[in-house]
Design a protein around this ligand. Structure first.
Ligand SMILES: *Cc1c(COP(=O)(O)O)cnc(C)c1O
Length: 380
C-alpha cells in the first residue's frame, strides 16, 4: 500500500519549537502568558482589526461572540446551512433557535436573496434574529457587500465564521474582519494550526476584554473568588500560542501553496466534461483551503461517494462537501430559507460535491497519484 495522502494535514514551519522553548524556559505553561499576548497582537495586526482574543477552539470563539451579542433562550440566530456543525452548535448551547439560510451558486455561501427573504419575514413577525452567522466555505468569501447591507438595513449584527478562510480577501480586505466579530480556527486540519485553538477578532476592544473575562471563568475584580455571571474555560495555552506565532509567520506561503494545489488539479482535471471547480468570485482571493469540485450527474455516472471510495482504496483521503445543517437530524424541524423556490443550492452542492486532498505539504507526485485515480474512475 502506498503512503496515505491526507485531506489536509498539519504543516509545521520549523520555528514552532523556538516559541515553545521560550514558554518552557520561562515556565509559562499556562492559559496566559507572553506568547498569548504576542499572538493576539500579531493576529490583530494581520487581520487589520483593533484586537484579537485567542481561545481554546474556533467553536469557543463563536460561542463567546454570540454570548457578547446577548444571544439567549428564545432568541433566533440566522446561520448559513452549508457549513460544519461548529458554526451552529453554540446557538444550541445558548438555548436559542437556529434558522438556516441556503447558499448561492457563485460563492457556495449564504444567499443574499434567501437572507433578505428571511429578514423580511422575521420583521413581519416582530422577531428579528439576534445575529447572522456568515461562513466563508473552503476559503471563499461570501458576498459580503450584499450580506452586510441586508444586516445593516435590519440592524442585526453579523458574525463572520472565517474558520476556513484565514489568509483570504474580499475586495482587498482580510477575511474575518467583516461584521461585529470574526472567528478563526487553528484546528489541526486548518490552513495554519496550533493543534487546537481559535480566535475572536473585532474592532470593539471593550467587547474583546469582556470575551477574555468570560473565557477565564468570569472572575469578578475581588481578592477572593467571586462570580456574578456564567463563565467558561476557553483561553488558549501559552504553549499553543507559541505554535500559532510560528504558523502565522508562514501563512502567506501556505495560502500560495494551497492555491498552487488548486491550480494543478484544475489543469489536470478541468477538461473533463461535468467536472466543475468551486468558483472564485471576482474581487475575492481565496486561500483555497480545500479544493472542492462538483460532478454533474447528467454528464458523469460516478457519484461523489463512489469516487471517495475509489480514492480510499488507494489510501487517499477525500471527503464529501459539508452536509447542510437543515438536513441534519440534530436540527430537524428548524426553519430553512432556500435560494430559489425551484432549487436548493446547498442540497445540490452536497449531492454533487467532493473535497480533494489539499494540504500545503502535498507533493506534486502525490497530487499526480490523486489525479490518476480520478481520471481512471471517471473514464470507466
Ligand atoms: C473548523 C471549523 C469551525 C470550528 O473550529 P474548531 O477550532 O474546530 O472548534 C467552525 N466553523 C467552520 C466553518 C469550520 O470549518
Amino acid at each position: 500500500m502506498e503512503k496515505r495522502i491526507f485531506l489536509s494535514s498539519p504543516h509545521m514551519s520549523g520555528n514552532e519549537q523556538k516559541y515553545i522553548n521560550d514558554a518552557f524556559e520561562t515556565n509559562w505553561i499556562a492559559p496566559l502568558g507572553p506568547n498569548v499576548n504576542a499572538f493576539e497582537e500579531e493576529l490583530a495586526a494581520y487581520a487589520e482589526t483593533a484586537g484579537a482574543a485567542v481561545t481554546s477552539s474556533g467553536t469557543a470563539a463563536i460561542h463567546l461572540a454570540m454570548e457578547l451579542l446577548g444571544v439567549g433562550q428564545g432568541d433566533t440566530v440566522f446561520c448559513a446551512s452549508l457549513t460544519f456543525v461548529a458554526s451552529a452548535n453554540p446557538i444550541l448551547y445558548l438555548g436559542a433557535e437556529p434558522v438556516f439560510i441556503d447558499s448561492e451558486e457563485e460563492t457556495w455561501n449564504m444567499s443574499p436573496k434567501a437572507l433578505a427573504c428571511a429578514m423580511e419575514e422575521a420583521k413581519a413577525e416582530g422577531k428579528l434574529p439576534k445575529a447572522v452567522i456568515v461562513v466563508n466555505l473552503y476559503g471563499q468569501s461570501a458576498k459580503m457587500d450584499e450580506l452586510m447591507a441586508i444586516c445593516g438595513a435590519y440592524g442585526v449584527p453579523m458574525i463572520e465564521d472565517a474558520a476556513e478562510s484565514l489568509g483570504s480577501f474580499y475586495k482587498g480586505k482580510k477575511s474575518g474582519s467583516f461584521g461585529q466579530y470574526g472567528i478563526y480556527s487553528f484546528n489541526g486540519n486548518k490552513i495554519i494550526t496550533t493543534s487546537g485553538g481559535g480566535a475572536l477578532v473585532s474592532n470593539d476592544l471593550d467587547a474583546l476584554a469582556q470575551s477574555r473575562f468570560l473565557a477565564t471563568q468570569a472572575r469578578d475584580a475581588a481578592k477572593h473568588y467571586q462570580h456574578s455571571v456564567v463563565g467558561y474555560n476557553y483561553r488558549m495555552s501559552n504553549i499553543l500560542a507559541g505554535v500559532g506565532r510560528a504558523q502565522l509567520e508562514v501563512l502567506e506561503e501556505r495560502v500560495q501553496a494551497r492555491r498552487n494545489v488548486f491550480d494543478r488539479y484544475m489543469e489536470a482535471l478541468g477538461d473533463i466534461q461535468g467536472v466543475h471547480f468551486m468558483p472564485e468570485l471576482e474581487g475575492t482571493y481565496s486561500n483555497r483551503w480545500l479544493t472542492a469540485l462538483t460532478l454533474d450527474p447528467k454528464l458523469i455516472k460516478v457519484t461523489p461517494y463512489e469516487l471517495i471510495d475509489a480514492l480510499e482504496a488507494e489510501n487517499i483521503e477525500a471527503r464529501p462537501v459539508w452536509k447542510p445543517l437543515h438536513m441534519q437530524p440534530l436540527f430537524e424541524g428548524s426553519k430553512f430559507y432556500p435560494h430559489a423556490e425551484d432549487g436548493v443550492v446547498s442540497e445540490r452542492l452536497f449531492a454533487e460535491g467532493i473535497c480533494l486532498p489539499s494540504g500545503s505539504n502535498i507533493t506534486v507526485e502525490e497530487q499526480e497519484r490523486v489525479v490518476r485515480v480520478i481520471r481512471r474512475v471517471l473514464s470507466d
